[in-house]
Design a protein around this ligand. Sequence first.
Ligand code: NAP
Ligand code: MG
Length: 401
Amino acid sequence: MAKIQMTTPLVEMDGDEMTRILWQMIKDELLLPYIDLKTEYYDLGLEYRNETNDQVTIDSAEATKKYGVAVKCATITPNAARMEEYDLKEMWKSPNGTIRAALDGTVFRAPILVKGIIPYVSNWTKPITIARHAYGDVYKNTEIKVPGKGKAELVFTAEDGTETREVIHEFNGEGILQGIHNTKESISSFARACFSYAIDTKQDLWFSTKDTISKKYDHTFKDIFQEIYDAEYKEKFEELGIEYFYTLIDDAVARVIRSEGGFIWACKNYDGDVMSDMVATAYGDLSMMTSVLVSPSGVYEYEAAHGTVQQHYYKHLRGEETSTNGIATIFAWTGALRKRGELDNIPELMEFADKLERACIKTVEDGKMTRSLSLISSCENPVVLNSQDFIKAIRETFDAL
Ligand code: NAP
Ligand code: MG
């Protein structure tokens, strides 16, 4: 059979450890036999990042802006232990952080659902996608430990020297203080990424804050979302029959738990941190979570939500068998290929992506899976496969579809 042709390259960001091993297997078994794969390759493996003083990460982000679609393998974020392990010149920043900043993007995480792996919340029959604002609030805070009696004030000094003051508290004794901020620019980018992604995936968008208590801070988030929605997205939402829905964070939590899923939940930075862990855990397995970074201008970078699966990699290096689940990484590829197909009008590429995703799901539903899935699956006699055999099993399913 003739291979599917591509017109524009995907930006391919290779990565580290076990996911780097899976990356190659996925390309060899599931992509190259079927697609005349066009990619612009960037090696974001830690060794090459170190060699290029992390320039390769910046270059890959620029290429993503140029071509519009990237697929990324998980990468190591260096810490003290990695400095030694890889003999690094510097503790390079997280590539995801660098790429997110360059694209001014928002991360959307969604679970891959399969029969036999039942979410802890049994009425969640559709995926819930969490969008987390990735700038400011408590993650960029300034804190003071108040030593004793005194007055705390919030002061803003404008460029012309004018001061605006608000008393925070008159302390009678020891205490604590915290200053947080956000910017209209960042909140607007977040809002646009959320509205665009809702349109792209034809799902309702929920947004929640605590605006009844925080009448200026959180209320500004609410207002910015509403203004942008009314001015730029309302018509398109109505045309598609999808809804933008704002509610208080505590009301949202109650509604999310009672819902059947199938929507995007946009959260402020801290809420998103906490809620994405809760939602991911409730759906079952980190190896079944996908992640896509979307810029307000509509640039997409697809990846798995999990990391480089370090311990499996060490086993692999010792020559031991691993059972690492490649599904989220495969879905990163299918997401990127489908988007490329959409943009370049190549229906075969979109059909390929759909079919490969169906093959992944069917393989697990037929009882063939990796170890961690077998532990949470209700399948009676699951066949536990190693990393490579699982990918081969997906290929067999794919060929038989
Ligand atoms: P991790 O790689 O996500 O793995 C944590 C544990 O989750 C694994 O030990 C494994 O559990 C399980 N797991 C995750 N993905 C799996 C898969 N595909 N198949 C089977 N099991 C899977 O997180 P980490 O060990 O905390 O971090 C390792 C490295 O990844 C770090 O250097 C970190 O900087 C990096 N990281 C990168 C990204 C990214 O690039 N997006 C995200 C997170 C972390 P068992 O060992 O129990 O089998
Ligand atoms: Mg967290």
